[in-house]
Structures are given as structure tokens and as C-alpha cells.
Design a protein around this ligand. Structure first.
Ligand SMILES: Nc1ncnc2c1ncn2[C@@H]1O[C@H](COP(=O)(O)OP(=O)(O)OP(=O)(O)O)[C@@H](O)[C@H]1O
Ligand SMILES: [Mg+2]
Length: 236
């Protein structure tokens, strides 16, 4: 579905991505794990067209997309839930969700999708008129994912969905990600520092260190890998 080929990105003199290659098959959850500054967010930003690479290509459903505008990339169904969620604080929950559908004009389906999001996150339905800025961190993450679902994603990209959240909420968010993948065959690219959780749900996983992929395998393989256990799972 998605192929990332030989990506090089520079920020001024900083060589942030050094020849990144990976693939995502339709229906998979793929995770990129790595510590602060490894280049994970940069990879998502290149795919969504926010950052331009110096070399390399991004191919989505056999089409080269690296020269498309961010809006066109959204229209193709690549939806990015950024680090820190970036919901609209002065809009209420339902208005935030409808912003996710701003490129659509299929009114009836938009209503159905809204209903689906409320079924997935009942807490958002209870809070439909509450301002985005007054939601808890967990509720904001649910809202950010719900808004992304309103854009009809084919590929959903999540940047650190567990960041700053209590374990029970993280569990709930991860269960929802798995449910979307299993029941709706949604393809997911998941970026995480919480390697343990990400590797548990991922079909394929890549470890990024200072702009390079240093390890790859199935989630299960990497969970059992000594180097991963030491560096990312905090084990001796
Ligand atoms: N806009 C920018 N201008 C200059 N340098 C940048 C910019 N964005 C990222 N960088 C640098 O590129 C490198 C990779 O950053 P990136 O945000 O992709 O890492 P990350 O893996 O997402 O880290 P984190 O886990 O902390 O979010 C870092 O050294 C960072 O300082
Ligand atoms: Mg990041």
C-alpha cells in the first residue's frame, strides 16, 4: 500500500533521515519505535507532505505522492494524527469531529461516520458540546483519533498516541486501534516511544536510531530481541 524509498531529509545542516526504506501492506499495523530525536515524526511529516525530502520517494497505492500538496494527500486517505493532538480548543467536540470531514460533501455518510465515532468513543458522545480545550488528555487523544476517522482514512498515522496518558487510558486507546484494524481492516502506521505496547499490536516493526533503521521484524520478533529489550523495554 505504502512504500518509502531511500528517504533523506536535512534540516539545515542536520541529516535527520539517512536512507529510510520500509513498506506497509494493506490491513497491517506497522510501528516505528525509537528514542527522542530518532526521526520518527519526520518520517510521518514527509509522508503527509509537511516536510520535503532531499532524496527518495513515497509511493502510495502505486502513485508517487511526494510532489502532492498536503490537501491532496489527505484526499487520498492518508490521515496524520500529530504528536500533541492539536485539536481545536475553541470548538466543541462535535465541531472538532466535523472538521475532520471538511473535504467531504456526502452529508448522510458524514452523519453515519459521526455516529460510528460516538459508538467507538462513548465518552465523546457524552461530551459532544464540551469545548475541546477543556477535555482531559485522554479525551483529547480520543477526539484526535475520532476526527481522523471522520476523514475516511485508508492509512491512519498516529504519532505517540500514548504520550502523557494514564495506563488505563492508553490501554483503551490501543484496544480501539486494534479494533479498527481487525474489524474495519484499517491500515495503521504507529509511531511510539512506548515500545512495549506498540510491539504487542504491530504486525511489522522498525527501530529507528539517529535517522536510520537499525532493526526490523514482526512485533513479536522485536519484543523478544535482546537489543530491543535492553534499549527500549528497560530490561537488564
Ligand atoms: N523543523 C525542524 N528544524 C530543525 N531540526 C528539526 C526539525 N524537526 C526535527 N528536527 C530534528 O530532526 C531530528 C529528528 O526529529 P524528529 O522530531 O523526527 O524525532 P522523533 O523521533 O519524532 O523524536 P521524539 O520521540 O522526541 O518525538 C531531531 O534531531 C530534531 O531536533
Ligand atoms: Mg516525534
Amino acid at each position: 500500500m505504502l512504500e518509502v524509498k531511500d528517504l533523506d531529509v536535512f534540516y539545515g545542516g542536520i541529516h535527520a533521515l539517512k536512507g529510510i526504506n520500509f513498506e506497509i501492506n494493506e490491513g497491517e499495523i506497522v510501528t516505528l519505535i525509537g528514542s527522542n530525536g530518532a526521526g520518527k515524526t519526520t518520517i510521518l511529516n514527509v509522508i503527509s507532505g509537511v516536510v520535503k525530502q532531499k532524496n527518495g520517494d513515497v509511493i502510495f497505492q502505486n502513485e508517487k505522492i511526494n510532489n502532492l500538496t498536503t490537501e491532496k494527500i489527505v484526499e487520498l486517505g492518508i490521515i496524520h494524527v500529530p504528536e500533541g493532538r492539536r485539536i481545536f480548543t475553541a470548538l466543541n467536540v462535535e465541531e472538532n469531529l466535523l472538521m475532520g470531514a471538511y473535504l467531504r460533501n456526502d452529508k448522510k455518510e458524514i452523519q453515519e461516520d459521526l455516529e460510528n465515532v460516538y459508538e467507538l468513543f462513548p465518552r465523546l458522545r457524552e461530551r459532544r458540546t464540551q469545548m475541546g480545550g477543556t477535555l482531559s488528555g485522554g479525551e483529547q487523544q480520543m477526539l484526535a483519533i475520532g476526527r481522523a476517522l471522520m476523514s475516511k482514512p485508508r492509512l491512519l498515522m498516529l504519532d505517540e498516541p500514548s504520550m502523557g496518558l494514564a495506563p488505563i487510558i492508553v490501554q483503551e486507546i490501543y484496544e480501539t486501534i486494534e479494533k479498527l484494524n481487525e474489524e474495519r481492516n484499517l491500515t495503521v502506521l504507529l509511531v511510539e516511544q512506548n515500545a512495549n505496547l506498540a510491539l504487542q499490536v504491530a504486525h511489522q516493526a522498525y527501530v529507528i536510531e539517529t535517522g536510520e533503521i537499525v532493526l526490523q521484524g514482526t512485533g513479536r520478533e522485536l519484543l523478544g530481541d535482546d537489543r530491543v529489550r535492553k534499549a527500549y523495554l528497560g530490561e537488564e
